[in-house]
Ligand binder design. Structure first.
Ligand code: R5P
Length: 291
């Protein structure tokens, strides 16, 4: 109990000073609950409003992907340079030291691998997300795929649980081989994720009309990096995506398969957070690589 005797009398009421009303710094989230905003504020940098997430969840469908054979050797040294890490619970528990103290986007759906029919997925339990203190639950959504209904149901269930416990849901648009990764499709897939409760959306960049994809999605979009590209091309994709309205990147192979992954991650940060042009990002990459 606070001592009641000899207390100073309360007097600083700020009478006449209006309480400042601040909009949340990420689009579409003004009306989200405090816990959602707190976690999104850990994933996204409030100065740039952007994020550089490091994705290394590929093994859950692909097995020991190149660059991810030994997470302890290849990924752990990168983590301090990322804003958020995206991985499965298995790798998190077995390979990631808790003291890295980074927000986690947990791969929250699981099911089939590249050896069979992708996207037939189930979701984890909310208790697992709480136990692991995650900042987001990432759910694969296959709009237009044969498991569209199942994966949208997974998203809805996750968003319901996320709303209950203040944990953001990341809708991850999976594009089947038979579908085109164009702005028409990506707009639809991203919008469907947002409409069904995703707090933010991960999708692909497309050369034509990506600004329409971000404009029509009422919540932040981060882009996946996709397969390994030459460094300048990958930095150009990141730069264009940000210029055209993306809130960040969630890159994997273009970072951990680079010749100098830490240098690449820092170069991506330069582009995403500091407005470096792709060529400037490449120069930073080469400088850091040769140090
Ligand atoms: C998404 O579903 C994957 O599991 C990866 O998280 C995603 O593709 C990002 O990695 P990358 O930049 O290598 O495409």
């Amino acid at each position: 109990m606070a001592d009641n005797v000899g207390n100073q009398e309360a007097k600083d009421y700020g009478i006449g000073v209006p309480v400042e009303k601040k909009a949340f710094f990420l689009k579409g989230l003004d009306h989200a609950d405090w816990g959602i905003k707190d976690r999104m504020g850990r994933i996204f940098d409030s100065k740039s409003s952007h994020t550089v997430m490091l994705a290394f969840d590929h093994g859950y469908i692909m097995g020991p992907t190149s660059g991810l054979e030994r997470i302890d050797l290849s990924i752990v040294p990168l983590i301090e340079h990322a804003d958020c890490i995206m991985c499965t619970r298995g790798v998190l528990r077995s390979c990631i030291p808790p003291q890295v103290n980074k927000p986690i986007s947990l791969r929250y759906s699981a099911g089939t691998t590249v050896l069979s029919e992708l996207n037939d997925e189930c979701i984890l339990n909310i208790e697992e997300a709480i136990r692991l203190n995650v900042s987001a639950m990432a759910i694969m959504v296959s709009v237009g795929g044969i498991y569209e209904g199942k994966t949208i149901e997974n998203l809805v269930r996750t968003a319901d649980m996320g709303a209950k416990y203040g944990i953001p849901t990341l809708g991850v648009t999976a594009v089947g081989k038979e579908l085109a990764r164009d702005s028409r499709y990506l707009s639809m897939a991203s919008r469907v994720c947002a409409e069904n409760g995703a707090t933010f959306v991960k999708t692909y960049y497309c050369e034509e009309g990506f600004e329409k994809v971000t404009a029509a999605c009422p919540v932040p979009i981060v882009i996946a990096g996709g397969k390994k590209l030459p460094e300048l091309e990958a930095l150009t994709v990141a730069w264009k995506a940000i210029q055209e309205g993306a809130a960040g990147v969630d890159m994997g192979r273009n970072v951990f398969q680079a010749d100098a992954p830490i240098a690449m991650l820092k170069a991506v940060r330069g582009v995403v957070h500091d407005g470096l042009k792709p060529q400037e990002g490449l120069e930073l990459y080469n400088t850091l690589k040769n140090e």
